[in-house]
Design a protein around this ligand. Structure first.
Ligand SMILES: NC(=O)C1=CN([C@@H]2O[C@H](COP(=O)(O)OP(=O)(O)OC[C@H]3O[C@@H](n4cnc5c(N)ncnc54)[C@H](OP(=O)(O)O)[C@@H]3O)[C@@H](O)[C@H]2O)C=CC1
Ligand SMILES: Nc1nc(O)c(N)c(N[C@@H]2O[C@H](COP(=O)(O)O)[C@@H](O)[C@H]2O)n1
Length: 211
């Protein structure tokens, strides 16, 4: 499976502020670029932290981009996704990746709301195992939009193939504000990236890396 992480950060590397609310870091041109990646992907993924903070639709709004709209995926060990979340709206498939620690009644509630629940891992979602299961559902190109906890885990599990980061011309600050890669952090060995492209867009730059 090809895994493409795409996110927008401030110059100081923040995905959002200490309030963890969605912030307009990029503009129309970058949202159009993001939609193109969504349209080229079989599924778009976020962590449950982003679902609870932003309630994203993960829609491909521009129908001229062709293909089937992408499925949605949420990493949600304890099945905390609200049953009225936008990620469950409409007919496109939604896969909730949960762990064995997810309460049975929550799993059933999400299934009733239309989700396919995939259980992988004991306490937290075991991402490699869950991705194998997604592949068996026909997902071969996966776009990941964040947030920082999920992106860190994907790098730690060596599951990322491509990274695009929009760097907006702003400072957000705050030691508790989410960054591109949070989690426990790397201390000995650090994932290295190969810079493929740099482009100006809106009032910022898009950095494209192979991993
Ligand atoms: N600027 C941008 O491009 C974007 C910004 N954001 C911002 O990011 C913030 C949310 O980020 P964040 O709080 O880091 O949340 P995430 O979206 O990264 O979700 C993290 C949660 O996912 C669940 N999870 C399940 N399995 C795993 C796993 N293996 N590894 C990591 N997490 C796992 C965990 O909860 P549990 O254990 O309960 O399952 C964890 O707390 C918001 O402020 C949002 O606005 C988000 C996306 C894009
Ligand atoms: N690419 C990008 N640029 C920004 O400036 C952003 N604030 C975000 N945020 C993420 O976009 C998603 C919401 O989109 P929809 O509501 O699904 O259209 C969500 O994942 C945000 O955190 N992204």
């Amino acid at each position: 499976m090809h895994v493409h992480v795409n996110a927008a950060v401030s110059v100081d590397g923040k995905l959002s502020s200490t309030r963890r609310e969605q912030i307009s870091i990029s503009g129309d041109e970058d949202f159009a670029r993001m939609e193109t990646i969504r349209a080229e992907s079989d599924a778009v993924m976020v962590g449950v932290g982003t679902v609870l903070a932003d309630d994203p639709s993960l829609e491909r709004h521009d129908e001229s981009l062709g293909r089937e709209p992408p499925a949605r995926v949420v990493a949600d060990s304890r099945a905390r996704t609200p049953t009225d979340a936008d990620i469950l709206a409409g007919d496109r498939p939604t896969y909730v990746l949960a762990s064995a620690a997810a309460p049975e009644d929550r799993r059933r509630a999400l299934e009733r709301a239309g989700a396919t629940v995939i259980v992988a891992g004991d306490e937290r979602v075991a991402l490699p195992e869950a991705f194998d299961e997604l592949a068996s559902h026909g997902i071969s190109r996966l776009m990941v939009e964040g947030g920082g906890e999920l992106i860190f885990s994907l790098f730690a599990a060596e599951l990322v193939d491509e990274l695009t980061v929009y760097v907006g011309s702003m400072i957000i600050g705050g030691r508790g504000a989410p960054t591109l890669a949070d989690g426990d952090g790397f201390v000995d060995e650090f994932p290295t990236l190969e810079l493929r492209d740099v482009a100006r867009l809106d009032d910022g730059v898009v950095l494209t890396y192979d991993v």
